[in-house]
Design a protein around this ligand. Structure first.
Ligand SMILES: [Zn+2]
Length: 684
């Protein structure tokens, strides 16, 4: 590992920061924190923290000694000077005299001593920074260091590798106790350049930002070199006949879902992120996989993202997925039962005060294929997968130089259920479609894009399918970072199959499909060319059938129900003159919806439709509105609001109707009319 420090960059950053009143020390503190944060081998997702001791002025202009420390859970790669919370150093140091302090009281005292009372909470490891005397302190959970210290003889290995430059602090849970222990160890060995926190991470310090940072890089490089000297190369044997990720993922996702006890038909679902690489496949080929998989986390704060153990499955053989599904469900149930026993046992130990988190796995190992990270959102699934990859690497390396050993199960529980760690995950109220995956065809059009926005705002992960990939991509960019654009021509069976495989591989499955793609053809039915009817049926009927069929296949593999929503025009019930080529396949699509409701109700799959009329879209363009209103001798406004309510109906109104149908767990075979009121088109 090389130092990322570049004099010119550092000075440019200092000059740039000075413009907004940030002094040199703080600017360099930000600069090296970003250098650490951008390397996943040093810092992953909010793990790690840095600090600076400085003098500053408080609200009243008085000079105070302050600790500026990273705020809890913030991202070091993207941190700015405002990411460093300022706390009065004097009162923090006095805490050392106490024997013990409760978490809530500690947070209250910290908050009472913030220079800016509105600042976020400082890092949970703040006191360690406060007690140590150095001006700059860096702390990471560097992967190579973890391989070295997650060992039964970690202390001896550190002595060998670091030659006494880093002092060794035995394992204690992060927080007050560890901070006290760290300063005690430092005071016994004041010549050291940093500390090893057993089974947890590394601390480096210095009188300048550069010194602290480069001591960190040097120590990690020593650990890396030691591992590299011992590493043997392993040839990857590619297993044959492994099933596709798109087929395996929905089985895994379904097995790792839980029925909601309170609402019949509701599920607690997770989103998946898939990873495969030679190190991952090699790890899962190991004869001792069973033991290693149960051996625990590489650093304590990972437990809130990955739980303590992954779920391990057998290799999924192509053509044998029924058997794989059976074993997967069995092992997922065993995992949940094991988690509940773990919780009950340790909760009793701490006095029964904790509330159990869901017992579902957050990492699933699938030999021959790869691993899945699981989370309530795609973003959380990515974090779990990143940490799992780092775990595979650290455990594999630990085994090449000795034997991997984590903290005890009791210590893992204390971290997993430590309220300061849980606070990192946030207390945000969950959105109604959290954990669900929705696919919308015609996703780049007016109604499709509005529907995708509405579903994403309700917490679902969304895939926008469209024949025009670049238009779909433009819409996803406006939604969020995880929205997925997928090229799909619903008139082509191969294209539909490939699109749904892509969704299953990207998110792990599918819960809601909005079959919305369509286009209008006209012609007097007695004279119309048969080719036009065929074309319209391909898109406006068979398109819906292909999409629904592909969706149902994934939903059945998951076994957690699902929701099929169809955009059926009012033409389906109230035909317009010369609109037969459009209305007739739409009428068939309405019958199709009812058939799905009938045939798959027992599987918990609901099917509903929206009858929308007169929406500004690709089907009813501004030019068409102008010419039609002119032909009828009414204003455009009167033409668009020519309904019982006298209101123009928008794509957003249609989107809300689809959203309601997705949330109505007891409604199937239903049609919602969104047309401002039209008695001739009312359902009967
Ligand atoms: Zn730490």
């Amino acid at each position: 590992m090389k130092s990322g420090w570049v004099d010119r960059d550092a000075e440019a950053f200092v000059a740039e920061s000075a413009k907004s009143g940030v002094d040199r020390d703080l600017a360099l503190r930000v600069y090296t924190t970003r250098l650490l944060g951008r390397d996943p081998k040093l810092v992953l997702h909010g793990g790690g923290n840095t600090s600076l001791k400085t003098r500053m002025r408080d609200r009243f202009g008085e000079g105070v000694e302050a600790l500026r420390v990273k705020s809890s859970g913030s991202d070091m790669a993207a941190i700015g000077s405002d990411g460093f919370v300022a706390v009065r150093l004097g009162p923090m140091r006095k805490l050392r005299a106490l024997d013990a302090i409760g978490d809530e009281e500690l947070v209250a005292i910290e908050r009472a001593n913030l220079i800016d009372p509105a600042a976020p909470n400082p890092s949970v490891e703040m006191l360690l920074h406060a007690f140590l005397p150095h001006q700059f302190i860096d702390h990471t959970h560097a992967t190579a260091v973890l391989s070295l210290i997650d060992q039964p003889d970690g202390e001896k290995k550190c002595a060998d590798v670091f030659g006494g430059r880093l002092a060794f602090v035995p394992y204690l849970m992060p927080g007050f106790g560890l901070a006290k222990k760290a300063i005690e160890v430092f005071e016994r060995t004041p010549q050291c350049e940093g500390l090893i926190l057993s089974k947890h991470g590394i601390v480096s310090f210095g009188e300048t930002a550069r010194e602290a940072y480069e001591r960190m890089i040097e120590a990690v490089s020593l650990a890396e070199a030691f591992i590299a000297r011992n590493r043997k190369s392993v040839a990857v044997t590619a297993p044959r006949n492994v099933a596709m990720t798109a087929q395996v993922a929905p089985i895994v996702r379904g097995a790792c879902s839980a029925k909601d006890d309170k609402t019949d038909g509701a599920w607690h679902r997770l989103v998946l992120e898939f990873r495969a690489s030679d190190p991952i496949l090699n790890f899962m080929n190991r004869a001792d996989l069973e033991r290693l998989s149960q051996s625990g986390v590489i650093t304590p704060d990972h437990t809130i993202r990955t739980k303590n153990w992954p779920l391990v499955l057998p290799m999924p053989e192509a053509g044998m997925l029924d058997e794989f599904a059976r074993v997967t469900r069995e092992r997922a149930a065993q995992f949940a039962a094991h988690y509940r026993r773990y919780f009950e046992h340790h909760n009793k130990r701490v006095g029964g005060i904790k509330r159990e988190l869901d017992p579902l796995p957050r990492v699933v190992l699938v030999p021959g294929l790869g691993l899945f990270g699981l989370g309530r959102s795609k973003q959380d699934a990515v974090i779990a997968a990143d940490i799992a990859e780092s775990w595979v690497e650290a455990v594999s390396d630990a085994e090449t130089i000795g034997k991997f050993e984590s903290i005890s199960e009791a210590d893992m529980f204390d971290c997993e259920y430590w309220q300061l760690e849980q606070a990192k995950l946030g207390k945000r109220k969950e959105l109604p479609l959290a954990g669900q995956i929705a696919a919308i065809t015609g996703g780049a059009g007016a109604i499709g894009a509005a529907t995708a926005r509405a579903f994403a705002a309700a917490g679902a992960e969304v895939a926008l399918l469209d024949v025009n990939l670049s238009a779909a991509r433009a819409q996803t960019k406006a939604i969020n970072a995880t929205a997925l654009p997928v090229e799909c021509d619903v008139t082509d069976a191969g294209s539909v199959a490939a699109a749904f495989d892509k969704i299953a591989a990207a998110f792990g499955g599918l819960d809601i499909v909005v079959s919305n793609a369509g286009a209008a053809w006209q012609g007097r039915i007695g004279e119309v060319d048969e080719e036009i009817l065929h074309e319209s049926f391909e898109l406006n009927f068979y398109g819906h059938q292909r999409v629904a069929q592909a969706a149902v296949k994934i939903m059945l593999a998951q076994g957690t129900g699902g929701c099929l929503l169809f955009n059926v025009s009012k033409q389906a019930v109230n035909p317009g003159p010369n609109f037969g080529p459009y209305g007739i396949p739409k009428a068939a699509a309405l019958a199709l919806m009812r058939q799905y409701a009938l045939d798959y109700g027992a599987d918990g799959i609901r099917a509903n439709a929206v009858n929308a009329d007169r929406i500004r879209s690709g089907l009813l363009t501004n030019e068409m509105i102008a010419s039609r209103s002119k032909a009828r001798g009414v204003s455009e406004k009167d033409y668009m609001s020519g309904n019982l309510l006298g209101r123009e109906v928008t794509a957003e109104d249609v989107a809300q109707a689809f959203l309601h149908q997705a949330l109505e767990l007891k409604t199937t075979a239903h049609v919602t009319t969104v047309d401002g009121g039209n008695i001739a088109a009312a359902m009967r």
